[in-house]
Design a protein around this ligand. Structure first.
Ligand SMILES: Cc1cc2nc3c(=O)[nH]c(=O)nc-3n(C[C@H](O)[C@H](O)[C@H](O)COP(=O)(O)OP(=O)(O)OC[C@H]3O[C@@H](n4cnc5c(N)ncnc54)[C@H](O)[C@@H]3O)c2cc1C
Length: 373
């Protein structure tokens, strides 16, 4: 059995970012990924760009919104504001190589169980043991089709790598957040007709939090370009059921409206935490997210098993973007260092640096303020 002090599962932005902090602390750690560094980004649809802009603002203490490690900037690496998935995966690989992070690819964690005040991870490469487990397996690889019945007749948007290559002319997209609008935009660019179904008006800006409403980037570059197109129809409603018809499909909405389409409906209805191997340990909040200890991001009721990444929630704060969830990297590593008895001054020095670089936020009372204009 391979033994490490800390094991991080997942080599996406959360796993690689945490690993860069663990490296600075000098702790013994290992990152495992079932595929490769940045695998989720490599699998993004080919035209999908980051919605958060990158800018090399680091020198003035405002780190690039998409950086996951100090002294790095995707904008600087690619001289570009909005990277496509493949480019962001290359940025992550570049960070791992430059800082010589300890990452092992093609190692899938299949089961986790408690053993001797630590965790045993069963993988396709054998067993691993660690005292501290950081779960950073992301969401992208667990797409969700949130309709009541008939999901077998639909396809999730994340599985369509090149919308322009789809056969057919008349598509229904379910969901009007980032992925749904991007999909509608790509299809209309290819001269296809699109009906998009969403419970609320897409550009109804009731908050400035991009975790809840369309980002300015998608609004300006995608949504406002399609909404007046004769190829585009928007329906307010919730799809309950999808039925297979002799020729095509029929969608039944909550208010009994029926929508017919010849092509497989496309679900752009989001993702959920990849949690299979640790599911038995999770206690949930009312909104279905894992309940975590606010001080440390440990799974509620457990010691030494932490969550990092877009599924982190505290009160009404949603940490689903990189610039949000990276602020909790330092909180996790600080907790481990304290438990391991590291020198307080040493920890304080690291924490000060992480705070300056947007990798440490422990007081959440400052979050959630809306922009006034
Ligand atoms: C279409 C789309 C666009 C987005 N745009 C933006 C954006 O512009 N800005 C932004 O900040 N965020 C954006 N996000 C959100 C962002 O991509 C995610 O928050 C981010 O990928 C999460 O990083 P992560 O490291 O937690 O997960 P991931 O990047 O998904 O990495 C998880 C890793 O874990 C590995 N893994 C999974 N299960 C196992 C297992 N059992 N064993 C071992 N390894 C495993 C996977 O192979 C993967 O490499 C977007 C998301 C989507 C879907």
């Amino acid at each position: 059995m391979t033994v490490n002090n800390v094991i991080v599962v997942g080599a996406g932005p959360a796993g690689i970012g945490i690993a860069s902090l663990l490296r600075q602390s000098g702790m013994d750690y290992l990152v495992l990924d079932k595929k490769e560094i940045g695998a989720s980004f490599q699998e993004w649809p080919k035209n999908m760009e980051m919605i958060t802009p990158s800018f090399p603002s680091n020198a003035f203490g405002q780190i690039d919104l998409n950086s996951i490690c100090e002294a790095t900037s995707p904008a600087f690496s690619f001289n570009k504001e909005h990277l496509v998935g493949q480019e962001y995966a290359e940025y992550l690989t570049g960070v791992a190589e430059h800082f010589q992070l300890n990452v092992q690819s093609h190692t899938e964690v299949k089961r986790v169980f408690e053993h001797l005040r630590g965790w045993v991870l069963e993988t396709n490469q054998g067993r691993y043991f660690c005292e501290y487990l950081i779960w950073a397996a992301g969401e992208f690889q667990n797409p969700q089709m949130k309709i009541v019945s008939g999901t077998a007749h639909c396809i999730h948007s994340s599985l369509i790598k090149d919308p322009s290559s789809l056969q057919g002319n008349d598509f229904v997209v379910i969901g009007g957040y980032e992925s749904g609008v991007q999909m509608a935009f790509d299809l209309i660019q290819s001269n296809k007709k699109v009906t998009l179904i969403n419970p609320q008006e897409i550009d109804d800006m009731t908050t400035s939090d991009p975790s809840r409403v369309l980002s300015p980037f998608t609004y300006v570059n995608k949504n406002s370009k399609i909404k007046d197109s004769p190829q585009y129809t928007e329906i307010l409603g919730e799809v309950n059921e999808v039925l297979r018809k002799e020729k095509g499909y029929q969608l039944r909405l909550k208010d009994e409206t029926l929508v017919d389409t010849e092509e497989k409906p496309i679900c752009a209805t989001g993702f959920d935490l990849v949690k299979g191997p640790i599911e038995e340990f999770i206690i949930y909040r009312e909104d279905g997210s894992p309940r975590l200890r606010e001080e440390t991001d440990e799974f509620f009721g457990l010691e030494n098993m932490y969550l990092s990444g877009p599924s982190v929630r505290h009160d009404n704060h949603i940490f689903c973007f990189i610039y949000k969830f990276r602020q909790r990297f330092g909180v996790i590593v600080e907790d481990i260092l304290k438990k391991e008895g590291y020198d307080e001054e040493f920890i304080a020095g690291l924490v000060k640096n992480w705070s300056v670089n947007g990798m440490y936020l422990s007081d959440l009372s400052c979050c959630g303020d809306e922009c006034v204009c």
